[in-house]
Design a protein. Structure first.
Ligand code: 0A1
Ligand code: ZN
Length: 881
């Protein structure tokens, strides 16, 4: 256990190390129970560091076997070793000296999956953020950059494959059935980017020639027999490599790029230099086992990790407070990549949905923190939607504010000025300032202030004077530790649409700076006058979601319908329809709680159906139009006193009405888009499948009973349709013979494929209603579940707690109590995953009082455990507030 338990680390306390590490020579003698790690490090005392300053290296659950200083065994008096640190006094007086540190670790017993561990018989590592210190004592922080050479020794039988970062070097036999391989990484890097893989894996090989003509061997390592399922990942990798050259001028810099898929992984994937390690869920795909969403995720994550080679590896972070420097920027890059590979507006809708579903609740609850936090007690808990997704939105806003050419100039300067550095957000912003002679002082607040800003807008049109008056006020809610906020620079894309649906050109705007179609909201209040507007326009605000904010604008439904029909920006058409639907769902929830009838807004219903039928729209867009806001969206909008059962009932009521009114249209779509021909994972085909499934989902409310869905499920020839129909069956007709039969057939067919079984677990965990808790408990007892595997835990427990509002928020609190028990059990094995799952309780204070009290009791039960990990302790304390 770490000794720095619960210690508050503060950004303001940052100071460089007293020593630098120039080179690291690692030798691993691999053994599941007793791996011996010999680390020779060449250190340099920084100028200004006094000779009597001790060297304190980080460790975590380490066991020191031997220590040499300048090749001489160290005297016991001159060092102190504990599992979490190695302090060396009486160092040589020379500026440069070497240490040789021998530690022993047990990869097979490493259940935290941080450091060196075993996954399905394969040795692998995860070192971000602080895993390297579980391998050897080191200055384990991102601003210590060293050149690594790694020698791996292992029994040839057990581990024919020996990989590490950089370029391959010498290999050979050692006798007694052992062999070795040496890897050298010429790029200085922080320890969190170190990686090692050893085992028996198959490889898929390809190549890429960079635009300056350098050949790169590409290798994806997977379990034997799964090679064919790595082809899509390889294709995505090659596309990402050329795209990064074209769009951002970034070329790859080693002769080999390797990806290894492992089945036990705490997160999605990891960008280790030259040797990315992936959760196999984000590598393996074929049409029988992967859905369209899986393909899209694989494409995005392969690209994300590859893009880190520049934004993260060549330029890394000075300290972990700067995590968004690499993550926000890299997410922005992968979003742009997917937008170019697929449909830009559909991708934007997906991004906004995700942001609102995960980041907005985080930003409005007890776990809210700035994109660049200023203190933390456990860094693992800061790999959040705020750092990643809002971090990406902040970069997007920078691009919007500056304009494409200026944004590119700033980014080019960043790449050239900071190549090889461990940089900060200030360094990043300075590049955009210097390249464009602008000041970004106010913009920088986006990194420092937590909470989703709110723009309150009112509009008045004076026909006589031909003036449109807009009053805009900005505010931001209080968040933990930040009661007051300063006004931020909010880039608000806007447009005015006339009665015929044409865009009104505006040239005469007072009260705010405008560039192109962007208003620069900077003050707390703006009184804006737009002149020369002949007729009353319909106002469209925050086009393409130019800023991650909430807008309070009492815009009439007529106007929203107008936008839903005529907005020229496709994303904004969806936004208008979605806003209307949300209003309808909120009204319906009120009706359910008041025990009155749900009165459908006819215009809304016909608007939804019109979008469904609109053949000029791409199918994916039509699917998005009928995919109404979810229960969580409604809850977020309501904000407090949430009764998930009422929301569920209301939403069902509205969907039933849409289904009945649009029965013919849904029938036509279901017929017209019935999949035929060979499956291909491209976005266009995926859009058609999404539309088909959306139609089936509606029809299942009226004319498509479970018995009719079963044959559709049985005849599906790809996983998208099969899992989609299975979910409709299980969720709409729970416990019917047809649903249970389909679930059983699915299990029988895929019982040997854990990634597919995850879908089976997830579908069941998200069956709405009280009864699901018992099912989850029963599934935990099945041989498909293992608390040791993070994917299984996320599929069953994570989907239940984060994706089943009625099942998880049972009024009797039984599911909260269940989760508390599980978190305590899981925490003892894998604190990082336990802490992450526990964040599903973050919005407990917005529940109605009875559920709220039950949730509090469960959180207190966790909190009262004496031996919680720092990870779970941190989340529990902050959640309880
Ligand atoms: N840097 C990775 C995310 C990551 C973070 C922590 C991990 O282990 C605790 C693993 C991966 C990324 O952004 O993809
Ligand atoms: Zn990342």
């Amino acid at each position: 256990m770490k000794t720095d338990t619960g210690q508050d680390v503060r950004l303001e306390d940052y100071r460089p190390t007293d020593f630098e590490i120039e080179t690291v020579d690692l030798t691993f003698r691999l053994d599941p129970a007793q791996t011996r790690v010999t680390s020779r490090i060449a250190l340099r005392r920084r100028s200004g560091t006094k000779a009597d300053v001790p060297l304190v290296l980080d460790g975590d659950e380490l066991n020191l076997v031997a220590l040499k200083i300048n090749d001489v065994a160290a005297d016991n008096e001159c060092f102190a070793a504990t599992p979490s640190s190695l302090e060396i006094r009486d160092l040589p007086e020379t500026e440069v000296f070497t240490l040789e540190i021998v530690t022993e670790i047990a990869p097979a017993e490493n259940t935290k999956l941080m450091g060196l561990y075993r996954s399905n018989g394969v040795y692998c590592t995860q070192c971000e953020a602080e895993g390297f210190r579980r391998i050897t004592y080191f200055l384990d922080r991102p601003d210590v950059l060293a050149v690594f050479t790694t020698c791996i020794e292992a029994p040839t039988n057990d581990a024919p494959l020996l990989l590490s970062n950089g370029n391959p070097g010498e290999t050979g036999e050692l006798g007694d059935g052992w062999h070795f391989a040496v890897w050298h990484d010429p790029h200085p890097k922080p320890s969190y980017l170190f990686a090692l893989v050893a085992g028996d894996l198959a490889v898929v090989r390809d190549w890429f020639v960079t635009r300056s003509g350098k050949p790169v061997v590409l290798e994806i390592y997977v379990e034997h027999g799964k090679q064919i399922r790595a082809n899509y990942a390889m294709d995505a990798l090659k596309r990402a490599m050329s795209w990064d050259e074209e769009r951002f001028g970034r070329e790859y810099d080693l002769s080999v790029f390797m990806i290894v898929a492992v089945s036990d992984f705490n997160m999605g994937a990891m960008e280790n230099k030259g040797l990315n390690i992936f959760n196999d869920k984000y590598v393996l795909a074929d049409s029988d086992t992967a859905t369209d969403a899986d393909y899209a995720n694989i494409e995005a994550i392969i690209a994300h990790e590859y893009f880190h080679n520049w934004t993260g590896n060549r330029i890394t972070c000075r300290d972990w407070f700067q995590l968004c420097l690499k993550e926000g920027l890299t997410v922005y890059r992968d979003h742009e990549f997917s937008a170019d590979m697929r449909s830009r507006p559909v991708k934007r809708i997906a991004e906004v949905r995700l942001l609102k579903a995960h980041q907005f609740p985080e930003d409005s609850g007890p776990l809210a923190h700035p994109v660049r936090p200023e203190h933390y007690s456990e860094i693992n808990n800061f790999y959040t939607a705020t750092v990643y997704e809002k971090g990406s939105e902040v970069v997007r806003m920078l691009a919007t504010i500056l304009g494409p050419t200026e944004f590119k100039a700033g980014l080019d300067l960043y790449f050239s000025r900071h190549d090889g550095d461990a940089a900060t957000i200030e360094d990043f912003l300075k590049c955009f300032e210097d390249a464009n002679q602008v000041k970004l002082t106010q913009f920088a607040l986006w990194y420092r202030q937590a909470g989703t800003p709110v723009l309150t807008v009112s509009a008045r049109f004076d026909g006589r004077a031909r003036k449109l008056m807009l009053d805009i006020e900005q505010s931001a809610p209080a968040t933990p530790g930040q009661p007051k906020k300063r006004p931020m620079h909010i880039p608000l894309r806007f447009g005015l649409i006339d009665a015929d649906g044409a865009e009104i050109k505006t040239s005469d705007i007072e009260g705010i700076d405008v560039t192109g179609d962007v208003m620069h909201v900077k003050r707390r209040a703006h009184k804006i006058v737009i002149s020369k507007v002949r007729k009353r326009p319909v106002i469209s605000l925050n086009r393409s979601f130019s800023a991650p904010i909430n807008i309070h604008f009492e815009q009439g439904t007529e106007d929203l319908f107008h936008l839903a029909r005529f907005e020229t920006d496709a994303y904004s058409r969806w936004q208008a329809l979605n806003e209307l639907a949300l209003r309808g769902l909120i009204a319906a929830t009120g009706a359910v709680r008041d025990d009155t009838d749900i009165v459908p807004d006819e215009a809304l219903v016909s608007g939804i159906i019109a979008s469904l039928e609109d053949g000029t729209l791409e199918p994916a867009m039509r699917a998005q139009a009928v995919l109404l806001p979810g229960e969580a969206d409604i809850a977020r909008e309501l904000g407090n006193n949430i009764d998930p059962d009422a929301i569920f009932e209301a939403r069902n009521g509205v969907l039933d009405i849409v289904a009945m009114t649009g029965a013919d249209a849904f029938d036509k779509v279901a017929d017209g888009f019935t999949p035929s021909g060979r499956y291909t994972p491209d976005a266009e085909s995926a859009g058609k499948r999404a539309l088909y499934l959306a139609a089936l989902d509606y029809l299942s409310r009226i004319s498509l009973p479970a018995d009719a869905l079963l044959p559709i499920f049985r005849s599906a020839d790809n996983m998208t349709i099969m899992a989609g129909v299975l979910a409709i069956l299980a969720h709409r007709f729970p416990e019917t013979a047809a649903a249970e039969t389909a679930l059983a057939e699915f299990e029988l067919r895929f019982r040997e494929n854990p990634l597919v079984i995850d879908k089976w677990l997830q579908i069941q965990a998200t069956i709405p209603g009280q009864a699901t808790l018992a099912r989850v408990k029963q599934l935990m007892g099945s041989n498909h579940f293992s608390i040791e595997n993070p994917n299984r835990v996320r599929a069953l427990i994570g989907s239940f707690s984060a994706g089943n509002p009625t099942g998880f928020n049972r009024a009797d609190g039984a599911a909260f109590a269940f989760l508390a028990g599980l978190i305590i059990e899981l925490d003892a094995r894998n604190p990082q995953v336990a802490a992450r799952i526990l964040t599903s309780m973050r919005s407990w204070k917005s529940l109605e009082p009875v559920r709220q009290e039950k949730a509090r009791t469960a959180l207190v039960a966790i909190s009262e455990q004496p031996s919680l990990s720092p990870d779970v302790r941190d989340i529990t304390d902050r959640t309880l507030g």
